[in-house]
Write a protein that binds this ligand. Structure first.
Ligand SMILES: [Cu+2]
Length: 258
């Protein structure tokens, strides 16, 4: 299965996948989860998240686009988290309790819950680093991949369907005048816009086993996606490659599977 499927993958993808995959691991009980990040607060930001969980090790791959690229002339670092223990859903516009035209992280708390894991690029991943701007990826469109240890609370929430993936960091010019005057409640040295959620999605169990739909323009790439079983680290690697290489067509192909 794996070998034959490899043959239909493009040569370049084959090489990269082979390098990324390594030997199949004996991660029985592993599972994959995903989230489609939809724009919130009229951000125009969207993306995808893939979480491959084996024991307490999670390989998390993300692709984000349509985010503001700079803040005050500097690369805009976007805080990103797994929120846990709320209702497992993203807050809607009605959650704007103070009427400033923005659903802030605090206002979203009853829906999304507090930060369970900070999806940093390096170092600490605890909630304590939730607003540590320098630890987060920067730019208007980026791919993220990191294997981290998840704590029991985050693992439990993901497995229970009560986890939400969220990206923060709005364009201040899109906020109301009232909101533009505020500071980030998690880090008062930063403007409120850095706290404002811009993309959000519920983390759900991912169905990646079995044949994938065909017929897209990039059937070779879709064939490559079909290689991994749900419990293979190849899955995350393949998705990451797609995210990194993505034409619009392959991005859509990815989205279709979730
Ligand atoms: Cu968050």
């Amino acid at each position: 299965m794996r070998t034959s499927a490899f043959f239909i993958a493009p040569t370049l993808a084959f090489s990269a996948l082979a390098l990324a995959a390594g030997p199949a691991s004996a991660d029985d009980g592993a599972a994959s989860y995903s989230a489609v990040l939809a724009p919130v607060n009229n951000s125009g930001t969207s993306g995808q998240v893939m979480i491959h969980l084996a024991g307490d090790q999670a390989t998390i791959s993300m692709s984000v686009a349509g985010a503001p690229s700079t803040l005050m002339g500097m690369p805009y670092m976007h805080a990103q988290h797994i929120h846990i223990g709320g209702q497992g859903v993203c807050a809607g516009p009605a959650a704007d309790a103070d009427g400033d035209g923005v659903v802030s992280s605090l206002e979203g708390l009853p829906f999304e819950g507090p930060v369970g894991t900070s999806l940093t690029v390096e170092g600490d991943t605890s909630p304590a680093s939730g607003a540590a701007a320098h630890l987060f990826p920067a730019g208007g469109a980026y791919d993220y991949s990191r294997t981290i240890t998840l704590d029991a609370a985050t693992i439990g929430a993901i497995q229970a369907g009560n986890a939400v993936a969220q990206v923060h960091g709005a364009d201040p010019s899109l906020l109301s005048a009232a909101a533009q005057q505020k500071v980030n409640p998690m880090n008062p040295a930063l403007p409120f816009a850095t706290d404002v959620p811009i993309a959000c999605g519920s983390v759900v169990a991912s169905q990646m086993s079995g044949p994938l739909p065909r017929g897209g323009a990039d059937t070779g790439v879709e064939g490559a996606q079909a290689v991994p079983e749900t419990h293979s680290p190849l899955a995350a690697a393949g998705l990451l490659l797609l995210a990194a290489g993505a034409t619009a067509g392959t991005a859509l192909g990815w989205r279709r599977q979730f």
